[in-house]
Every structure is written in structure tokens, then in C-alpha cells.
Design a protein around this ligand. Structure first.
Ligand code: AMP
Length: 399
């Protein structure tokens, strides 16, 4: 047993209104100790935490005053963690960072130079980057002896060819301003690629489309575990329709909204990021569960559109990787929604996808196959785990 085996890895995923954390043992294969979050940071801050078995350790509103910012929420989490580490020290802290810009193509140790370079990425991801970066500065102050590692959701997609990354905009303009298809959810795809060899060794060496279908949704085409194409682009708006994001739409609509409808830039941004997708079409909810529970025809319309978008993108990605050995569903909808999976697979029957209905309806927390024995394309449900991917990166990078 090495000294590290007695230590811990803290994973931080800080968003605009919440800070999520996971604590792992610092082994080569990090095992979860506990996880939790502070949510509603600017409104009604609430803390909850669970142990590795999912049992509640804490579920409490935070005092209304003094916790309505990220800094205070992070300090609360650290204080709480001190009582749950069994005297073990932190070996390293890993951070999820949504955007790595052009410069960050792999996880990096956080230094003052890296922080300065990360500040440059704020323009590329103004909604996420400041929240991802802030905890690094706070933790450098509070725990100066603990190394920190930044892990990027864009990094996995840097293996795409230049042709796959470029938009058909003037080449020099794109180069000068860092405009390209960055792609997101890379830590999720990387995790799936890391477990695929044990699930289907031949697909892991071959052609796989992964559908990360959560509140944010995207898909990626992998060749031998490396990304060749993905649906999200310069920002996490492009591609599939999502909970509240429109996904791909004609960009000229923006000009129309700005000029003819006299909307402000903020109003258009709000429209396409927060009022569209499943919520916008259904008029009911951004949550797929609510749409299934509704008998409103617009809920049915939103579900149909979502399934059609997933099937269309799967076929497009299969073309990008020139074939399809396996299709993997993951994230909230991908892992839990048998009906969405059934409809997507039905639309892909012509590609050689044959679903085993009973296997598709079976619930399991482990990776499992849901296609028939003779399906030309194997179909799997594989639960994703971005946090463990960050813990692995943090340990390897700070070693
Ligand atoms: P994620 O962003 O991966 O946490 O996924 C969150 C989304 O997954 C929710 O907004 C729901 O739309 C969806 N989801 C979670 N559980 C289920 C379920 N049992 N059936 C259908 N959708 C689900």
C-alpha cells in the first residue's frame, strides 16, 4: 500500500448556481467516499451530501445570509468535509472546466500562469468559465499545499481532424479568433471510452457512437476510442435539442430576432439557451420525465423531435466514422429512458440496429447490452462517471 492509498481526491464541479463535489480514495482506481452539493447559491442555498451507498449524510438549508456566493459555499463544503475524511489528507483536487480553449488539450496542474491562461477562455464560455475558475483561486488560498488539476470538457475532442473542427467561415478569421468546433461532455466520453474495452473489446477498437443524453445533450463518433466528430461546436448550444437549449437552428434566425423582432442580444440568448429545447416546444417542462407523464400533444411533439434529432445525429456521426459497430446511451435520459432509446433505435433499424425490448426495459446500474444477439450494431447502456474520470486525471497529472 502506497502513502497515497491513505489519501483522498476531491473533485469540484462548480456551475453558475451550484457547486458539486465528490470525494474519492486516492487509489489507482478511485473509490467514492461521499458526494454532495450546494445548490441555489444566489437564491436559497441548500447543502446535501450522500455516502458511497447513496445514503443521506446531510440535507440542510444554509443560513440565508453569508452563503449567497460561490466563495462562501466552497468554504462551507470544505468545513463539512473536514468532519468526513477520517483523518485522511487530500492528495489532490481535480476541477471540471467546461472550456479549455485552443491551448488546453489535456489536464494541467493549476499554476498562476495556468490561471492567467484560463482567464483568457472566459470570452469563449462566459456562462461557465468564471465559475469553474473561481474555486481554484479560493482553494489555492485555503489549501496552498494541495496540488490542483484542471480537467477540460473540450480536451477529448482535440483528436478531431482539422476539417471536422473547422466551420466554413474564412480560415484566417477562424484562426485569429479561436473559432472552431470545440465539442463538450469530453470527460463523459472519455470515461465511456475507458470502460468500453471491458464491455465490448471489438467496438472499443472499432466504430462507436456515444449519445450523452442529459439535461445538456450531445453525441460523439469514436474510432478506436478517439473522437472523430461531435455534435456540439463552438459553444454547448449546437447539435441536439436539449432541456432548455435549442440545439442547431438556422443562425440567420438571430439576425431576424435582432432586426425585425427588435429583440436585444440578451433576449435572444435567453430564448435559445433557456426557453427552448424540450421546455420550449412542450411549454411544460425541460425534464423528460414530466413530458412522458403528460398527455399534452406538445409534450409528445417535444419527445418525438428529441428522438428524431438523436437518430439523425447518430447517422451523421456513423458517416463521419465510416461505419457503426456499437451505439452507447449514457447520462440521465440515455441511462434511464427506455422509450427514448426504443424510438431512436427503431429509426436506426435501417443501419442494422435491432433492439431487444426486454433487455431495453431492464434497469441496471452496470453497463448492459440492449440489442438482440443478431443485431449488426451492438447497443449498450453505460452509466457515465465524469467525476471518477476527473479523479483519475488529477491523480495522474499531479503524480
Ligand atoms: P443529467 O443532466 O445527465 O443529470 O440528466 C438529467 C435529465 O435526465 C433530467 O432532466 C431528465 O430529463 C432525465 N432523466 C432522469 N431520469 C430519467 C428517467 N427515469 N426517465 C427519463 N428521463 C430521465
Amino acid at each position: 500500500m502506497s502513502a497515497r492509498d491513505k489519501q483522498l481526491v476531491l473533485v469540484i464541479n462548480a456551475g453558475s448556481s451550484s457547486i458539486k463535489f465528490s470525494l474519492f480514495g486516492a487509489q489507482a482506481d478511485p473509490q467514492l467516499v461521499c458526494k454532495g452539493q450546494v445548490e441555489g447559491i444566489f437564491t436559497e442555498p441548500h447543502f446535501c451530501a450522500k455516502n458511497e451507498a447513496g445514503e443521506k449524510l446531510s440535507d440542510t438549508p444554509l443560513p440565508p445570509s453569508g452563503h449567497k456566493n460561490h466563495d462562501a459555499a466552497l468554504r462551507y463544503i470544505l468545513d463539512w468535509l473536514r468532519g468526513h475524511t477520517d483523518g485522511r489528507s487530500l492528495a489532490v483536487i481535480g476541477h471540471r472546466v467546461v472550456h479549455g480553449g485552443s491551448s488546453f488539450t489535456q489536464p494541467v496542474c493549476v499554476t498562476p500562469e495556468v490561471l492567467a491562461a484560463l482567464d483568457e477562455t472566459v470570452a469563449l464560455a462566459p456562462l461557465h468559465a468564471p465559475h469553474n475558475i473561481m474555486p481554484m483561486r479560493v482553494l489555492a488560498e485555503l489549501l496552498p499545499a494541495v496540488p490542483q488539476v484542471a480537467c477540460f470538457d473540450t480536451a477529448f475532442h482535440r483528436t478531431q481532424s482539422e476539417a471536422a473542427q473547422l466551420y466554413a467561415l474564412p480560415y484566417d478569421f477562424s484562426q485569429q479568433h479561436g473559432i472552431r468546433r470545440y465539442g463538450f461532455h469530453g470527460l463523459s466520453y472519455e470515461y465511456i471510452a475507458s470502460v468500453l474495452p471491458a464491455v465490448d473489446a471489438s467496438a472499443a477498437k472499432g466504430r462507436t457512437v456515444v449519445a450523452h443524453l442529459g439535461n445538456g445533450a450531445s453525441m460523439a463518433g469514436l474510432l478506436a476510442g478517439r473522437c472523430q466528430a461531435t455534435t456540439m461546436g463552438f459553444t454547448a448550444l449546437e447539435g441536439l435539442m436539449m432541456g432548455t437549449r435549442a440545439g442547431t437552428f438556422d443562425p440567420a434566425l438571430v439576425f431576424h430576432c435582432l432586426t425585425h423582432l427588435e429583440m436585444s442580444v440578451e433576449q435572444v440568448s435567453d430564448l435559445v439557451h433557456k426557453q427552448s429545447g424540450l421546455l420550449g416546444v412542450s411549454g411544460i417542462s425541460s425534464d423528460m420525465r414530466d413530458l412522458h407523464a403528460s398527455d399534452n400533444p406538445r409534450a409528445a411533439l417535444a419527445i418525438s423531435m428529441f428522438c428524431q434529432h438523436v437518430a439523425r445525429e447518430a447517422a451523421s456521426l456513423a458517416a463521419a466514422i465510416e461505419g457503426l459497430d456499437a451505439l452507447v446511451f449514457t447520462a440521465g435520459i440515455g441511462e434511464n429512458d427506455a422509450e427514448v432509446r426504443r424510438r431512436v433505435c427503431q429509426q436506426l433499424a435501417w443501419l442494422g440496429v435491432a433492439l431487444d425490448d426486454a433487455a431495453n426495459r431492464q434497469r441496471s446500474a452496470a453497463p448492459h447490452r440492449i440489442s438482440t444477439a443478431d443485431s449488426r450494431v451492438r447497443v449498450y447502456v453505460i452509466p457515465t462517471n465524469e467525476e471518477v474520470m476527473i479523479a483519475r486525471h488529477a491523480l495522474a497529472t499531479a503524480a
